[in-house]
Design a protein around this ligand. Structure first.
Ligand code: CO8
Length: 292
């Protein structure tokens, strides 16, 4: 059960940050140099924070298969980079993402989507171990709302618009909308908004607990990165355990969840970072985390 906690974190990466808002990663290790280029997203490293910007502006960041594959790849690259402690996903001022790409889906048949498990790869975000923050300005509709809800924390700009409008297309949410929205806002509201396809505002989302904070739209990204930097400044194995424990609240009974949390808490006593954190407090100095 604790294997993921005590397993050494990813290889020491000598990740080379690329220029601001570059569209490619450059990942180096001792012997090889590998470059990755993206067509539909931008990636940038800010200190210990990985920033992924959805970049199909004209299409309001509609989540094509290509875009989601690239998001998965960037997430997994950051997740395995020991220099990165948290990840922010954002879009444009007009749209975080206006949903799955309707033009890509319109001619697909049941047999085709079923046999190929169409868009099944969206679920890979659920396996990311590092904290993820969605910084949502503008539309977060359908799959866009689901992508935001797949992140650990949602910060929203004051004009953000959320919704699950799939019913208007003759389908239903397919990436957790009926499940995560219900858990976040309760059955009656989730039913109302999924059955009607009506949008809801950032202010409503914050009041219901779906969104953790709202900011003026031009301050949103800065605030999300500030939070990510704060999180990335702590011991990575402790942060990973904390994320795992909070997520278990979705899956386990209270008794099982409390048990799991206590076992994780006790297991953290095996870390050098536990010793360092407590010694630093007593010695009135800042801790130096080694992520071990
Ligand atoms: N897919 C493809 N193209 C889109 C999408 C989309 N979801 N949203 C917008 N666009 C395109 C428009 O077609 C338009 O393109 P063009 O210029 O070529 O005509 C361009 O983006 C700009 O859009 P609008 O002109 O419509 O812009 P407006 O400002 O007038 O309206 C809206 C903005 C309200 C956001 C409007 O574009 C809209 O309603 N979009 C569709 C929203 C929607 O229905 N989303 C749900 C899609 S279904 C889904 O997400 C299911 C997820 C299931 C995941 C399953 C995983 C396993």
């Amino acid at each position: 059960m604790f294997a993921s906690l005590v397993r050494p974190l990813s290889r020491k990466s000598s990740y080379v940050p690329v220029a601001r808002f570059s569209t490619s990663f450059t990942v180096r290790n001792n012997a090889t140099k590998e470059s990755k280029s993206y067509n539909t997203i931008l990636v940038e490293t800010r200190g210990k924070v990985g920033l992924i910007t959805l970049n199909r502006k004209k299409e309001l960041n509609a989540l094509s298969s290509e875009l989601f594959h690239e998001v998965n790849d960037a997430l997994e690259t950051y997740d395995s980079d020991s220099e990165i402690g948290a990840i922010v996903i954002t879009g444009s001022e007009k749209a975080f993402a206006a949903g799955a790409d309707i033009k890509e889906m319109r001619d697909k048949t049941f047999a085709e989507v079923y046999k190929t498990n169409f868009l099944g790869h969206w679920g890979r975000i659920n396996d990311i171990k590092k904290p993820t923050i969605a910084a949502v300005n503008g539309y977060a509709l359908g799959g866009g709302c689901e992508l935001a809800m797949s992140c650990d924390i949602i910060y929203a700009g004051d004009g953000a618009i959320f919704g699950q409008p799939e019913i208007k297309l003759g389908v239903i949410p397919g990436a957790g909308g009926t499940q995560r929205l219900t858990r976040a806002v309760g059955k009656s509201k989730a039913m109302e908004y999924a059955l009607s396809g009506r949008p809801f505002t950032a202010q409503e989302a914050e009041k219901w607990g779906l969104v953790s904070k709202i900011f003026p739209k031009d301050q949103l990204l800065g605030e999300a990165i500030k939070l990510a930097e704060e999180i990335a400044g702590f011991s990575q194995p402790a942060i990973q355990a904390c994320k795992e424990a909070v997520n278990s609240a979705y899956e386990l009974s209270l008794k099982e969840g409390m048990h799991f949390e206590r076992r994780l808490f006790q297991a953290l006593f095996a870390l050098n970072d536990k010793k360092e954190g407590m010694n630093a407090f007593v010695e009135k100095r800042a801790p130096k985390w080694t992520n071990t």
